[in-house]
Design a protein around this ligand. Structure first.
Ligand SMILES: C[S@@+](CC[C@H](N)C(=O)[O-])C[C@H]1O[C@@H](n2cnc3c(N)ncnc32)[C@H](O)[C@@H]1O
Length: 271
């Protein structure tokens, strides 16, 4: 049982750096590795889940760039290593602009370092729960023209915004700022149709709640679909992550049963 004092203790790990560790990155600290290892003792698939999610993101942004989207706003971006958005889209169209937004100041600082010399990409500190501040951010406005189509990326971040009112409100606010022809790319952890031991899930929830500032809140398929209400879903619609336009360079972790990826992904177009 976790008492009130635990709620106030320092939160040494972050979701961004736990994820970086799962991806095989080097931008993480001992506290992040300990949290990740503690989770892997009960949920050993953590690294495979992270890599499957990152592969979905890679395919989705590649698809948008190939469809002509030349601006990206990536909220909850983490650390842009190990297959990152700006490299993928700028390889397809060098003039593409990318703004990364993350709540973790260390992730933002590391991102700024990685982006040095790239005039068309920036990393800023921001909180998805405060969408108006993101939209008003000077660097967002300096790099992106919101009157033209934008790829809004919300990959594996909304399950760190457990409050439904806040989560749907934030996505609605960001969506409302997008010009027609913009796209929403989203992935989200779910326990729908996935057989999980509740004790194991409790451990994961407990680790994120106690060791980070971003507690977990999984959503069902229908809750995920609600984020896309009013958008035109790009084929194949809402699917398990490995099934969204699979590519030859994908990791093959969940080929036998894509539900075990425990993540849903979709891309919707603003009409
Ligand atoms: C699992 S990582 C996903 C990284 C990247 N989007 C991807 O899919 O590869 C989740 C990221 O969301 C960030 N995050 C969590 N809550 C956030 C919030 N309220 N606002 C902005 N970023 C947040 C974390 O710091 C972390 O970098």
């Amino acid at each position: 049982m976790v008492g009130a004092s635990d709620e106030n203790e320092a939160k040494p790990a972050t979701a961004a750096r736990i994820y970086d560790y799962y991806l095989g990155g080097t931008h993480n600290f001992p506290a992040d590795r300990e949290a990740a290892e503690a989770m892997m003792r009960v949920l050993p698939l953590g690294p495979q889940l992270a890599r499957t999610n990152r592969a979905f993101l890679r395919r989705a942004v590649r698809h948008l760039a190939e469809s002509g989207v030349r601006q990206f706003l990536d909220v909850g971006s983490g650390i842009p290593t190990v297959g990152n958005v700006h490299e993928i889209v700028q390889q397809i169209a060098p003039e593409t602009r990318v703004v990364y937004v993350d709540i973790d100041p260390v992730a933002v600082a590391e991102s700024e370092e990685i982006l040095k010399g790239n005039e068309l990409a920036a990393a800023v500190h921001g909180d998805l729960r405060e969408p108006a501040s993101i939209l008003a951010h000077p660097q967002v406005n300096a790099l992106l023209d919101l009157d033209r189509p934008v790829g809004l990326l919300l990959a594996a971040v909304l399950h760190f915004v457990p409050d439904d009112d806040v989560a749907y409100g934030a996505v609605d606010r960001l969506r409302a700022a997008l010009a027609p022809g913009s796209h929403l790319v989203m992935s989200h952890a779910t326990t729908d149709e996935v057989r999980h031991d509740q004790d194991e899930l409790d451990v994961a929830h407990d680790i994120y709640r106690r060791r980070t500032t971003t507690p977990l809140g999984l959503r069902s398929r229908s809750q995920f679909e609600r984020f896309f209400a009013g958008l035109e879903l790009v084929e194949p619609g809402v699917v398990w992550l490995p099934l969204w336009r699979p590519a030859p360079d994908d990791p093959q972790y969940f080929a036998d049963d894509p539900r075990r990826s425990a993540g849903l992904g979709a891309v919707g177009r603003v009409p």
